[in-house]
Design a protein around this ligand. Structure first.
Ligand code: LLP
Length: 438
């Protein structure tokens, strides 16, 4: 899919680049991002909204994959940006991302993070709780500013997904609960704060969602809330943000919808609910993360050792693993892969792909069909663009891989491979532990 294909030599090619060449040039493990596919997704979201005729913002949820080059691409495609920490905000600002298109999320923004965002004049704060609301109002007032806010509400809609990544149900650390009147009190309080300008509300029902039903339900609940607020407080929302969560294909059997289908369903539900109540159509915002970059990413590894337990299993080990992709260990996530240097050969054996970290749970794929694997082969694992580099770690002091963007036969390094100096860069040896000169 995307620009991936098998070339005449039987090698996997992405963005017009033979991945065996990429391995030689940049080393492995290597994250490869199909730039054209990311841009295509961005355009699909924007185009779907254009068709609805609704005012909109598509904010890329940078938590999925945040680097300066990705921020530049996001800006070029006309998207907004959702950040959840000072680190993501700093990355965006350093990349020159327009502050007015940045939305700041998070359930525990620190005073320093809020000050940084206030100084940068970001477009919107998504306020999660009462303590934050008070703090933001005070800090904004100190700076003589009035800031745009959305209130994150927990609509009580549970998306069908892995429970660790569901954030929309009532028992969640995020947001003001809709069901018990908390969200209503939050609106009253926000309206009473002189340095906050309430634009509307936000809801995020989960991640890796394959149906439109959850989004429809969320729209109906949130719109019903907006209508209630208008009736009781005379206030109308100008923005409703439905969050992210649009699914992607990791393995056969995953059945994501085209991104435009989600947008259309959200828009239809919004339009019909608003028409019925004679409610002015709000601007719709969404925050896709995974669906923007997930299937555009491929991780390239080199196979090293293997272990065959007759009658049980054959393990092959790659030169990365849970340190560059913690998702299988963390969520039991499944992935597909091919031998990238012999992608044209038919599978002859079943292997399980282990990482190199000192932990039995460091397995990337169980039971993968491949041609007979040899040491030195390249393994390409697909759909690793989201929440892989972003969640990578230095466990075992393994250096994080490089990231390249590939497009039209050109490969550009966008994140350098970590160096040994990066690994020890923040280490300090107290005087009393230093080696004494003899
Ligand atoms: N907006 C909000 C408020 C969110 O909490 C999230 C994801 C998104 C947008 C983007 O959701 P997406 O479109 O990417 O599904 N680490 C997990 C995913 C955690 C998602 C957290 N919030 C994983 O690797 O599956």
């Amino acid at each position: 899919h995307g620009t991936s294909r098998i070339n005449a030599e039987g090698h996997l090619e992405i963005g017009g680049c033979d991945v065996t060449e990429l391995a030689k040039e940049f080393g492995t493990p290597l994250y490869i991002v199909d730039e054209a596919l990311v841009r295509q997704r961005a355009r699909e979201f924007m185009e779907a909204f254009r068709k609805t005729g609704l005012r909109h913002q598509v904010a890329y949820a940078s938590k999925a994959f945040c680097t300066m080059a990705m921020c530049r691409l996001t800006e070029e495609e006309g998207l907004s940006l959702d950040v959840v920490s000072d680190g993501e905000l700093y990355t965006a600002l350093q990349a020159g991302f327009p502050a007015e298109r940045i939305h700041f999320h998070g359930n525990n923004k620190t005073p320093d993070e809020i000050l940084m965002a206030l100084d940068a004049n970001i477009g919107c704060f998504v306020v999660d709780n009462f303590i934050e609301m008070q703090l933001l109002n005070t800090l904004a007032s100190d700076k003589g500013k009035r800031v745009n806010v959305l209130l994150r509400i927990t609509p009580g809609v549970e998306a069908h997904t892995h429970e660790y990544i569901s954030t929309g149900q009532q028992d969640s650390k995020f947001g003001f609960d809709l069901g018990n009147g908390t969200a209503f009190r939050a609106v009253e309080q926000a309206l009473a704060q002189s340095n906050l300008k309430l634009l509307g509300v936000h809801s995020h029902i989960g991640s890796q969602i394959f149906e439109v039903e959850g989004f429809r339900m969320a729209v109906e609940k949130v719109a019903a809330f907006a209508i209630e607020v208008r009736a009781k407080l005379g206030e109308t929302f100008s923005v409703i943000n439905l969050g992210g969560g649009f699914g992607i294909r990791y393995v056969e059997g995953d059945t994501p919808l085209p991104v435009g289908t989600y947008v259309q369903a959200i828009a239809d539900a919004m339009i019909s609910t608003c028409l019925e109540a004679d409610y002015p159509l709000p601007e719709i915002w969404i925050e896709p993360g995974r669906s923007m970059v997930g299937d555009a990413g491929t991780t390239l590894y080199t196979v090293g050792t293997s272990k065959h337990i007759p009658g049980v299993r054959k393990y092959i080990a790659v030169n990365g693993g849970m340190t560059d992709n913690p998702r299988p260990a963390l969520y039991g996530s499944k992935y597909e892969a091919v031998l990238a240097n012999r992608a044209n050969e038919a599978p002859t054996e079943v292997v399980s792909v282990a990482g190199k970290a000192c932990e039995s749970g460091d397995m990337l794929i169980w039971d993968l069909n491949v041609p007979e694997v040899r040491s030195g082969d390249l393994l390409a694992v697909f759909s690793t663009g989201a929440y892989n580099y972003a969640m990578a770690s230095n466990y075992n002091r393994i250096r994080r891989p490089a990231v390249v963007f590939v497009k039209d036969g050109k490969a550009d390094l966008v994140v350098a491979r970590e160096s040994f100096d990066d690994i020890i860069g923040n280490d300090m040896i107290p005087e009393r532990l230093r080696k004494q000169a003899v």
